[in-house]
Design a protein around this ligand. Structure first.
Ligand code: GLY
Length: 394
């Protein structure tokens, strides 16, 4: 009798996992068709300057120049579609959207180098062995390093708003450190790694509140390293928890632990996760509002990009943490919500973007409840990470 029950259980769970795989395959096919449409749309509108889709504005596709912080994500999406399908067509298309970004390796006016170059060329070197791409990334890391001030212990994020801030560092900047950690491994130059670690340590010291939610902008005195202001730029208020900022922190410290093995970074990632998971609905897979403290909840716009970044980060954090089961379950719940009709755009709509309902910059009244190319990027990455976990479990 016991044997019969075990057999039945095995048959049922096999059926269940087959069903899940079938559903995953269906979604990947859907995403592939939509990305096909996105490429056609982008090629139609692209100019020598405007090269990469960012969002939709007044119902029209908005393309950006290479210097825009989002310029690397579309090519990253195409590389990830290559990973998901193995179809050489995606590799060729990805290269077409990656190569125009090369000139950014010299752009020292922004901290966004990691977003631009690591999400594009950083993906390209996974699937090609072209030594030129390696050199492009190393030069990008060198250029980014010039923005590090050892007195502050951080890379400077922005040069704008100089009337307001002397040396602004934003939580998003954690994401640019992956490029430096990669370059340290590739070249053996420890300086890249030291900068990344110092930046992360200073961020732990100054960016977080007692409940491990994070400020968006910390303004330092560049001569003394003292903290001068704790502000927001894209969140609701200086003291609120801007959702995507919390997501960047979670993802950034998880990645820092992966690359350094330093327990301090793992602990920080887990404490950020505790904060995020304590927010209403997140454990059940509800997509965050644009700011966890936005005053008009539940009438506030959502931010699918924050949901996708959190899902991707939790999948990775689960591989290092004792709370593996909880993190995987929340990440899968978020992924399931993003895969519903509410968020997943029908093929041929949404200007070719995969997801609907993201919010870029609410206080500036821009990109509210619109698609955003980086929501798609972390959504695809979360799908890939989930698939890798499932393969390991089997
Ligand atoms: N790094 C800018 C943003 O998250 O909107």
């Amino acid at each position: 009798m016991n044997k019969l029950i075990t057999l039945l259980f095995l048959i049922l769970s096999l059926g269940c996992s087959n069903q899940q795989t079938g559903e995953e395959d269906r979604i990947i096919k859907h995403l592939e068709s939509q990305l096909d449409y996105a490429v056609k749309n982008a090629e139609l509108l692209a100019t020598s300057e405007l090269i990469s889709p960012r969002t939709s504005e007044n119902g029209k596709l908005k393309l950006v120049k290479t210097r825009d912080w989002t310029s690397g994500f579309f090519s990253g999406n195409l590389w990830m579609m290559y990973e998901l399908t193995g179809d050489e067509k995606w590799k060729e298309t990805a290269l077409k959207f990656t190569l125009p970004l090369e000139q950014e390796k010299w752009n020292g006016n922004t901290h966004d180098m990691g977003f631009k170059m690591y999400c594009s060329f950083g993906q390209a070197i996974k699937y090609t062995d072209n030594p030129e791409y390696r050199e492009i990334l190393i030069q990008s890391a060198k250029t980014l390093s010039t923005r590090f001030n050892p007195v502050v212990g951080c890379i400077r994020s922005w040069d704008h708003n100089s009337d307001k801030w002397d040396y602004p560092v934003i939580i998003d900047n954690m994401m640019n450190l992956e490029l430096l950690l990669w370059a340290a491994k590739e070249t053996g130059n420890e300086n890249f790694k030291e900068i990344a670690i110092k930046h992360a340590e200073t961020t732990i010291k100054n960016h977080f509140r007692d409940n491990y939610s994070s400020y968006h902008v910390i303004d330092y005195n560049p001569q003394t390293g003292e903290v001068q202001h704790k502000n927001t730029h894209q969140g609701y208020a200086d003291e609120s928890a801007w959702s995507r900022g919390q997501a960047w922190g979670l993802y950034g410290f998880t990645m820092l632990y992966r690359e350094t093995g330093n327990d301090e970074f793992l602990g920080q990632a887990e404490r950020i996760a505790d904060f995020i998971l304590s927010q209403p609905g997140i454990k059940q897979g509800e997509i965050p509002y644009w700011d966890f403290d936005a005053p008009g909840i539940p009438e506030e716009p959502l931010d699918a990009s924050a949901g996708a970044i959190i899902a991707s980060a939790l999948f990775e954090l689960s591989t290092f943490s004792d709370k593996q089961r909880e993190y995987v379950s929340v990440a899968r719940n978020l992924l399931a919500t993003l895969s519903t009709d509410k968020f997943l755009a029908p093929v041929g709509e949404n200007e070719g973007f995969l997801l609907k309902h993201s919010t870029g910059h609410k206080p500036h009244d821009s990109e509210i409840d619109e698609p955003l190319v980086y929501a798609d990027y972390y959504f695809l990455e979360a799908i890939i990470r989930n698939r890798a976990l499932k393969t390991k479990d089997e």
